[in-house]
Ligand binder design. Structure first.
Ligand SMILES: Cc1ncc(COP(=O)(O)O)c(C=O)c1O
Length: 373
């Protein structure tokens, strides 16, 4: 049986990984500056993560949400401390799209409205409402077009205000740094007005931190770079370091009937153990500080080659001003360095494990120097 076609793939098949390296079946070693799409936060096969997951599997691999889960409560308490969101509740699910789909559903239920405001070049997933809120009609089916969505230009305050004035907006969903879109960010003044206008017109603000969360930008969540707290924060990717897990922090003013949200697998003991282990390593190994430190080193190296960099922490993009498809392939096949692409054909994305060091970044810049000369 053939596999269903999803993305274009590179001709490498990793069979093992350690830290920020991938190894194929022939023992070839690749520097992983992509992290499986921003998923590997604490590094591949981190010893304490592996040990804790194995122990949890031995003890209690799974039970459903029909029983009490002390691990979920421990996770909620740790997240409260790290996010600074003290008046919120936690809902756990399984993927970034599922987290956003639930956030949009909740916003619609709470406000009694159905319009979503999203932004140009935003990406929120491939499920019903999330793909409708994603600025890419090529991945939408007719069923997705039934959602009421206004896709606005980022930083266009006039368009935002006039859309909110219609009075039918349930939620504004946005990434604090656009991942798939190519690392653009809302301007701080625009963001401040967005929160103000949303609350004035009765809409909720959903921060999609699926890619930018869990330390990737040097703070636990990217919204923490700014003064306001979103009404709902969604998270996934780096949260589980490869274990499929996602979540929503939901402001306690947002009520919903029991059963409005639900999940079989969400918040299972293995998922909670994975996230608690990730959080422990982020803290004990100072990986948020490392993301900021490595960003500074990256900017220094990039500036020596006169390269334009966008993003924050270790969620970075180099804008080469020309399409990077060939360069990215050369990095993989010639230099054995895995990087990411984006919707912007000129932007190469760098999303490494957060324990990356100067030596690994030197490898990238040595390769870029050769490729650009
Ligand atoms: C910002 C953002 N939101 C949502 C998603 C969807 O996440 P998932 O692939 O886990 O459904 C992604 C995936 O790339 C993302 O980058």
């Amino acid at each position: 049986m053939e596999l269903f076609d999803v993305y274009a793939t590179y001709d490498i098949a990793p069979v093992s990984a350690k830290g920020y390296y991938l190894f194929d079946g022939e023992g070839k070693k690749y520097l992983d500056l992509y992290g499986g799409h921003a998923v590997i936060s604490i590094g591949h096969a981190h010893p304490s993560y592996v040990k804790e997951l194995k122990a949890q599997l031995d003890q209690l691999g799974f039970y459903s949400n029909s029983v009490i889960s002390p691990l979920q409560q421990q996770l909620a308490d740790t997240l409260e401390t790290e996010s600074g969101c003290t008046d919120y509740r936690l809902f756990l699910c399984n993927s970034g799209a599922e987290a956003n789909e639930n956030a949009l559903k909740l916003a619609s239920f709470y406000t009694g409205r159905s319009r979503i405001i999203a932004f140009k070049n935003g990406f929120h997933g491939r499920t019903s409402a999330t793909v409708a809120a994603t600025d890419n009609s090529a991945i939408q089916a007719p069923i997705n077009k039934q959602h009421a969505v206004s896709i606005l230009a980022l930083n266009d305050l006039a368009a935002l205000e006039s859309t909110l004035e219609q009075g039918d907006v349930a939620a504004i969903i946005l990434e604090m740094i656009q991942g798939v879109g190519g690392l653009d960010q809302p301007e701080p003044e625009f963001l401040a007005s967005l929160y103000e206008l949303a609350h004035q017109f009765g809409a909720l603000v959903i921060a999609d931190e699926v890619q930018s969360g869990f330390g990737r930008t040097g703070k636990y969540f990217a919204f923490q770079h700014y003064p306001h707290q979103p009404d709902i924060i969604t998270m996934a990717k780096g949260m589980g370091n490869g274990f499929p897990v996602a979540g929503l922090l939901i402001h306690s003013k947002i009520e919903a009937k029991k059963g409005m949200l639900g999940t079989t697998f969400g918040g299972n003991p293995l998922a909670c153990t994975a996230v608690l282990s990730v959080m422990e390593v982020l803290s004990t190994e100072n990986l948020l500080e490392n993301a900021t430190k490595m960003e500074a080193y990256f900017l220094e190296k990039a500036s020596a080659l006169s390269l334009q960099v966008k993003g924050k922490g270790l969620m970075l993009g180099i804008d080469f001003g020309f399409p990077v498809k060939e360069l990215r392939a050369n990095l993989i096949y010639t230099h054995r360095i895995f990087t990411g692409s984006s919707k912007d054909p000129n932007v190469l994305r760098i999303l490494p494990p957060l324990n990356i060091d100067e030596h690994a970044l030197d490898q990238l810049f040595d390769a870029l120097k050769k490729e650009l000369s």
